[in-house]
Design a protein around this ligand. Structure first.
Ligand SMILES: C[S@@+](CC[C@H](N)C(=O)[O-])C[C@H]1O[C@@H](n2cnc3c(N)ncnc32)[C@H](O)[C@@H]1O
Length: 323
């Protein structure tokens, strides 16, 4: 027994003795709920945001569940093994360095799909789930076409395109991104979800590359995008999780946040069928700017249909239509 305790102590010390629960170092038992409290308190003391949520998610993940309340009673009331404890310790160390929880556990749910997450590809945000709902509810073209074609500009992990495909099995989507990491992650997520035959993912910079590959399947019924829309001067004020670990190319929309939006609007008439819809997620200051841009560019034949609020009441989504 003495030797076992000594070996266990050595094993744990090789991980990082500072953070480990004292009772474990003495060979005592550690239940999942005690571990949650242990890491919650360390996260709290080190200024990690939402310490309880972080602690619960890490521990649930290490024990094979998505959430702490959904742990089966047989797991919730059993002591954590040494291997599990080491896994939790190593994930918690990353969280203490402010690595986003989604990168730490390597996956995240978006609507009803689970996506692999890999840094530095953008982590999908809850408001983007509303963008998907808007596209599904407001696009006449999606509702009426037998085989609708969709283009997503800036697919990141594939959250928008893949959740649309889940609900629209008859649709085909071209998803583009300017970073290789995003293109690869969207492809991997499409395969994991069995949706790879309905999507083509292209490495393409909408501001720099010729758009011809986007027309391989012909003009599209719907163009959707939540492009980078934060103004360059605001980037440094974002949380450390975002600034240190997420790709700035996914966030930085230039001096007024509109660089990629203007690029999309300029190309849209060539890419859309007549009557085709554009749905954008934008900064609340952008809807008025987009209205002005359209007034100044009548040759684009774009109509401003509506501004839609997000769940916080901010003007977050813009619906446009090509004449
Ligand atoms: C805010 S993220 C959205 C990602 C994904 N749609 C989501 O909701 O999780 C914006 C994405 O646009 C891509 N992007 C930025 N500039 C681009 C450009 N000029 N052409 C194509 N993609 C671009 C970024 O690499 C990033 O993946």
């Amino acid at each position: 027994m003495y030797l076992q305790t000594l070996l266990l102590r050595r094993l744990l010390q090789s991980v990082s003795p500072t953070w480990l629960p004292c009772r474990w170092l003495g060979g005592g038992e550690m239940s999942p709920s005690k571990l949650v409290r242990h890491w919650q308190s360390i996260f709290h003391d080190h200024g990690v945001p939402e310490p309880q949520e972080s602690s619960e998610i890490l521990i649930a993940h290490a024990l094979g569940s998505k959430t702490f309340p959904s742990l089966p009673p047989s797991v919730a009331h059993t002591s954590v093994s040494v291997a599990q404890l080491r896994h939790i310790e190593s994930m918690a160390q990353q969280r203490l360095k402010r690595v986003p929880i989604q990168y730490v556990i390597g996956e995240w749910d978006f609507l009803d799909i689970t996506l692999q997450m890999r840094p530095p590809v953008f982590i999908p945000r809850p408001e983007t789930e509303e963008l998907v709902g808007l596209v599904l509810g407001a696009s006449r073209r999606l509702q009426c076409s037998a085989e609708p074609l969709v283009l997503e500009v800036g697919c990141g992990s594939g959250a928008v395109s893949l959740s649309l495909l889940q609900r629209l099995p008859q649709a085909r989507i071209t998803a583009i991104d300017k970073t290789k990491a995003a293109v690869k992650l969207t492809e991997d997520n499409a395969v994991s979800l069995g949706l790879q035959n309905q999507i083509q993912v292209l490495l393409l910079d909408i501001l720099a590359d010729p758009p011809d590959p986007l027309l391989m399947w012909g003009p599209v019924d719907v163009l959707v995008s939540n492009p980078p829309y934060i103004s360059t001067s605001d980037i440094s004020q974002l949380d450390p999780e975002i600034v240190k670990y997420e790709d700035h190319a996914a966030l930085d929309g230039g001096p007024d946040g509109m660089d990629v939006i203007r690029g999309i609007l300029s190309f849209a008439p060539r890419l859309l069928k007549p009557g085709g819809d554009i749905f954008l997620e934008v900064d609340p200051s952008h809807p008025e700017r987009i209205k002005l841009w359209i007034q100044d560019h009548t040759d684009t034949h774009l109509q401003y249909i509506s501004t839609v609020q997000d769940f916080c009441g901010r003007s977050r989504f813009v619906h446009l239509r090509r004449d």
